[in-house]
Design a protein around this ligand. Structure first.
Ligand code: AMP
Ligand code: MG
Length: 430
């Protein structure tokens, strides 16, 4: 949507939602790959996982104790114990003892297969004569102190998973419990959507790599590191390409190295300064969709597609100011990465919280105020985490969320409810 400026010229500033849908429209889930299950935590399953076996594979004991026929000990009690002959010992991993006869028992360990003919397990604690009952020296009789029930302490074959059952559906986001479940049915690898390769390029004549000496007039590159970490947190593989200077040749040379990436993220050089040429480089080497978004911070934001040796590579040109870069990453790059990873739900979680301070919205942009959410009397509250200027990283570092004032509201007063996009859930306040 074109906005008329006071000085009369037009600027193509677009709404956050339009920008997001334009960006997302060029992405789709990436190719799938068979992966070692150890590498799949947090990734999205790209196939149904079907078990070829029962879990557990055999009826087995839930306790260390004696496998019995429950009918034999129906009337047993502490005062009136029932003696059974001990005919064998079975440990986990061994074959089941075949054919238990009347008034016999098998000394059995947790996970060991139930003897044929047994239908209950009495834990050691409910028996006597435990003296001399080691596996090397098995007592030949055991006294049972309690009655049992059919199937007591017996874990049935297939109770957890049945052979032929779909244990996980395509689209599941894998967590440790899923990975354990996959391993439990004997699979060492599964098909997942691959992780996006994300190239990160800082631009600016003033930018210096951390660890190097800082010369007068220069600043350290914080953007590349914040963005790379955010890429990893979103599930992507970041590559820091380096620092390009504010000229065509330098930026083009660095972009040449990015043609294997699924996404290129640059920082700086997208606003209206004399040396802000990232969008011109993008127009020259591809197409540019927009370069200004109705949000604060993050207004100068370019998006387009680079054409490199016949390959099309989407490029998000984040603003240079470090807070704007991180906030715009959250809004536009993270969802794109999640989409490529095959996630069905790509936005951050939002909550409603009671605002402690005031958010003022002068110029009809969507405001993302860096803020700290905490829980009090089972209600969420949120305080702005300090100065909101887009260069002040220290107040961003104090925030665990972004409180959002919509573009059509002139502000939100203290005590009102605000929507907060959550970045972290620090356990000490939740
Ligand atoms: P620009 O968009 O190039 O005008 O940059 C806006 C502001 O962000 C300037 O103050 C830059 O010095 C700063 N800036 C640009 N790139 C970085 C970076 N990689 N790390 C930290 N600050 C940066
Ligand atoms: Mg600059």
């Amino acid at each position: 949507m074109a906005v008329k400026h006071q000085d009369g010229h037009h600027e193509s500033m677009i709404d956050v939602e339009d920008a997001l849908s334009k960006i997302l429209s060029v992405f789709s889930p990436l190719s799938t790959q068979e992966s070692d299950i150890l590498r799949t935590n947090g990734m999205v399953l790209a196939e149904d996982v079907i078990s070829e076996i029962n879990i557990p594979p055999l009826d087995n004991s839930a306790m260390d104790g004696y496998a019995v026929k429950y009918e034999n000990i129906k009337n047993a009690s502490f005062k009136n114990p029932k003696s059974l002959k001990v005919v064998a010992t079975t440990a986990a991993g061994e074959l089941p003892y075949s054919a238990l006869s009347n008034n016999e028992s098998v000394r059995i360990m947790t996970g060991a297969p139930i003897p044929t003919g047994a239908n209950a397990v009495v834990p050691f604690e409910e028996t006597g004569d435990e003296i001399n009952c080691t596996s090397s020296n098995t007592a030949n009789e055991v006294r049972i102190h309690t009655s049992s029930a059919l199937g007591k302490n017996v874990r049935k074959a297939g109770q957890d998973v049945k052979s032929g059952e779909t244990i996980l559906e395509s689209g599941t986001v894998l967590h440790p419990s899923h990975i354990a479940l996959i391993a439990s049915v004997g699979k060492a690898s599964v098909k997942v959507f691959r992780r996006p390769e994300v190239a990160i390029l800082a631009t600016g004549n003033e930018i210096t790599k951390p660890g190097n000496k800082l010369h007068q007039g220069k600043i350290y590159d914080s953007n590349s590191y914040g963005i790379a970490s955010a890429v990893m947190e979103a599930g992507g593989n970041p590559t820091i390409v380096g620092i390009a200077r504010d000229n065509f040749e330098s930026i083009e040379k660095k972009l040449d190295k990015c043609n294997k990436s699924d996404l290129v993220i640059t920082s700086a050089g997208v606003s209206k300064g004399d040396f802000d040429i990232v969008k011109d480089v993008l127009s020259k080497n591809g197409t540019i969709e927009f370069h200004s978004v109705r949000m604060k911070p993050g207004k100068p934001l370019a998006f387009g597609v680079l054409r490199q040796n016949g390959k099309l590579v989407p490029l998000v040109g984040l603003p240079g100011n470090p807070v704007s870069a991180l906030v715009a990453f959250e809004q536009f790059c993270r969802p794109a990465i999640r989409l490529m990873l095959g996630h069905e739900f790509i936005p951050r979680a939002t909550i409603k919280a009671i605002l402690d301070d005031e958010i003022d919205n002068q110029d009809g942009r969507r405001i993302y105020a860096r803020a700290f959410v905490y829980k009090k009397h089972d209600e969420y509250h949120v305080s702005l985490s300090g100065v909101q200027s887009s260069n002040i990283l220290s107040t961003m570092a104090k925030a665990n969320g972004l409180a959002i004032c919509p573009e059509n509201k002139t502000g939100i007063k203290a005590g009102e409810t605000v929507t907060v996009m959550m970045l972290y859930w620090p356990p000490e306040v939740f």
